[in-house]
Design a protein around this ligand. Structure first.
Ligand code: SF4
Length: 460
């Protein structure tokens, strides 16, 4: 007689839904929280209905972002009812609780432990649950082939339109060995493109006096240049250097030292520098860091060293006190700077920001008119810069591959060049790609056409 086999009933693991709002930095926080919850035995739910509890990771940077956050909380409560709020807006627990008294818990930005504890309270993990292993490199909400790498939290500046330092505090840099280890794991797990983010990437390590740590048997400083050089040494499973993009860089003098690394191929020739304005009086009122007159000369030098460097920036129009002459100065500056990618915003007062008290509020219709003018100017510059790429062969990374065409079986794909960061810049739309192509593949393509924002090409 054979022994009866007792079936072990594995209890279902509790499921967590996540709504992640705001910037890429928030996405990184969401990934960290989910990675921790997964290792505690939780499953993720793709919809409200299947979730035992829903986490809403909010953004509180602008009033419009706060509204969006409140809307998302309202939707999660209506659809599921068991909601925990975290993120930047979590620092305004009173506002959230006044509107939604039924929320289970409210925790602030980067309070990873608190939010994980709140989930444990709301929906306790199953003791000794049979859990899936957390994939190496953590759980990622971004597609597997690119990853955000957060190097610090907080900011030492006090730009007058910004409340981030009051929400997130002063700069706290991560250890350089921890940053490099995370990057190495991400690349080992399939990441082909690392997006370095922080509030102020060029200030990395200022708070720790650039404390060096041992990495691969040598001392490496917590400094943007050292970090960039080390990230450039990583290799994917195919033996290629991953693309490494620097975001939120302020033009401090040492930025000049990373541009040669781009020319050497160790770093992606791309700099995201949020200039915000060009007129000296406006920059002064904004209290912007690294505000100096010679930026145009430096941009020219960067282009001499690395002709393919793409510079992305963002600008605010209608800042209090901005005169027509200031705005015209900005347009003329843009003519000289010939930036590759530009985002423009109309000034919007943020509750608690010093800029709200500044004299010289710009009427809404003037803001709108200036916004239209800057958009026209930057679209024309972008179109001319992209047109100059027609006929060139460029490396691209594949984001998405389409289905074969029903008639002729041809396949298209969406890719990006080194000048395009995911989600914020343009695309390279490809025709007639090979059947085996997949997201994350890096190939060379010939550019056949261009418009204001995107390129069109075919694999070579
Ligand atoms: S640099 Fe200025 S805008 Fe950026 S986070 Fe710091 S204070 Fe805010």
């Amino acid at each position: 007689m054979c022994a009866a086999i007792m079936a072990t009933k594995i209890p279902d693991a509790p499921k967590v839904g996540m709504v992640s709002l705001g910037c890429p930095k928030n996405l990184v926080d969401s990934e960290r929280i989910l990675t921790k919850l997964r290792s505690d035995g939780y499953q993720m739910s793709a919809d409200y209905a299947g979730a035992d509890v829903v986490l809403v990771n909010t953004c509180g940077f602008l009033d419009s972002a706060k509204e969006e956050s409140l809307e998302a909380i309202g939707e999660a409560i209506a659809e599921n009812g068991r909601v925990i709020v975290t993120g930047c807006m979590g620092d305004e627990a009173d506002v959230i609780r006044a509107k939604f008294p039924q929320v289970l818990a409210v925790t602030g930005a980067h309070q990873y432990e608190q939010v994980v504890n709140a989930v444990h309270d709301a929906s306790p993990p199953i003791p000794n649950a049979f859990v899936d292993l957390v994939p190496e490199g953590g759980l990622k909400l971004t597609p597997r082939h690119y990853s955000y790498l957060k190097i610090s939290e907080g900011c030492n500046h006090r730009c007058s339109f910004c409340i981030i330092p009051s929400i997130r505090g002063d700069l706290v840099s991560r250890r350089i060995d921890a940053v490099l280890r995370e990057a190495e794991k991400l690349v080992a797990a399939g990441t082909k493109e690392l997006l370095v983010i922080s509030q102020d990437t060029s200030a990395y390590g200022v708070d720790t006096r650039h404390e060096p740590r041992l990495w691969k048997g040598r001392e490496v400083r917590a400094h943007m240049t050292d970090m960039a050089r080390e990230l450039g040494q990583l290799r994917t499973a195919e033996g290629r250097a991953p693309w490494v993009r620097l975001h939120y860089v302020y033009p401090y003098p040492h930025v000049d030292h990373v541009v040669p690394l781009m020319a050497e191929g160790l770093l992606t020739p791309y700099l995201d520098i949020p200039f915000q304005h060009a007129a000296p009086s406006v920059l002064k009122a904004m209290k912007r860091p690294a505000n100096e007159a010679k930026v145009l000369d430096r941009i020219r030098k960067w282009r001499d060293i690395c002709p393919d460097i793409a510079i992305r920036s963002s600008f605010v129009v209608g800042f209090p006190g901005e005169t027509e002459a200031d705005f015209q100065y900005l347009l003329d500056w843009l003519d000289e700077a010939q930036l590759d990618r530009v985002g423009a915003f109309r000034f919007e007062p943020v509750e608690g920001a010093a800029a709200n008290e500044l004299p010289g509020a710009v009427p809404e219709e003037v803001k709108e008119e200036r916004y239209q003018r800057i958009m026209e100017k930057t679209a024309a510059i972008s179109a001319a810069k992209l047109a100059a790429k027609v006929g060139r062969v460029l490396p691209v990374i594949i984001d998405e591959v389409g289905e074969p065409d029903e008639e002729d079986g041809s396949i298209g794909a969406t890719a990006r060049s080194q000048a395009d960061a995911p989600e914020i810049d343009g695309n390279v739309f490809l025709r007639d790609v090979g059947a085996g192509l997949k997201p994350g593949d890096m190939i060379d393509v010939c550019i056949e056409d261009a418009d204001e924002h995107d390129l069109y090409g075919v694999p070579v």
